[in-house]
Design a protein around this ligand. Structure first.
Ligand SMILES: Cc1cc2nc3c(=O)[nH]c(=O)nc-3n(C[C@H](O)[C@H](O)[C@H](O)COP(=O)(O)O)c2cc1C
Length: 171
């Protein structure tokens, strides 16, 4: 690749955000830690990686408390939100001013076998052990080997695209 083609490939942050904003993303909460050390954030950068061994990949802003908690504990869980959970998604994104463990005052939180926070109303609650952790620009990419799954697929999923939330019907 020449220097010219490298500079041709450069786009602005706004162009990047506009393009990525067209990709519909399933809305999740990524959580880590236990008790008063629980941390969590709203995330759409979550995807399936492989079924052997069952693993998924998440991208977490390196400056967040949730990222620090994942790195400290080596574990995280992913809660796939249902179509009624828009308020919870905004809450965990910090839009209502909640920080740290106080975010967990909203939502029906339980603890799964591995000690990770689990949301009772989640369509899927997936616990993982970190097998890979790398820094890429502003975000860390964590690969997690799945250690526990609980499914409750009756409701539709919450999806984010074009700067707003959408409900995806279950049927
Ligand atoms: C729809 C939506 C999707 C988001 N996706 C991500 C994501 O994939 N990764 C991430 O690090 N932050 C994402 N965020 C931003 C975090 O939720 C936000 O920075 C959060 O307040 C960080 O919390 P903390 O600092 O308490 O850990 C998203 C926010 C929204 C509203």
């Amino acid at each position: 690749m020449t220097n010219d083609s490298l500079s041709d490939a450069t786009i602005t942050r706004e162009q990047f955000r506009e393009a990525m904003g067209l990709f519909p993303g399933a809305v999740t909460l990524i959580t880590a830690g236990e008790g008063a050390a629980r941390r969590g954030l709203t995330a759409t950068a979550v995807c399936s990686l492989t079924d052997s061994p069952p693993s998924l990949l998440v991208c977490v802003n390196a400056g967040t408390e949730t990222c620090a908690a994942i790195r400290e504990t080596g574990k995280f869980s992913v809660q796939l939100l249902s179509d009624e959970a828009e308020g919870l998604a905004l809450h965990f994104a910090g839009a209502k001013g909640a920080r740290g463990a106080e975010k967990f005052r909203e939502g029906a939180w339980e603890t799964c076998g591995s000690g990770l926070p689990r949301l009772g109303s989640a369509l899927a609650s997936i616990a993982c052990e970190v097998t890979s952790d790398s820094l890429n620009g502003s975000h860390r990419v964590f690969i997690g080997k799945i250690t526990d799954v609980r499914l409750a697929p009756e409701r539709g999923a919450l999806v984010y695209a074009r700067s707003r939330f959408h409900a995806l019907a279950a049927e």
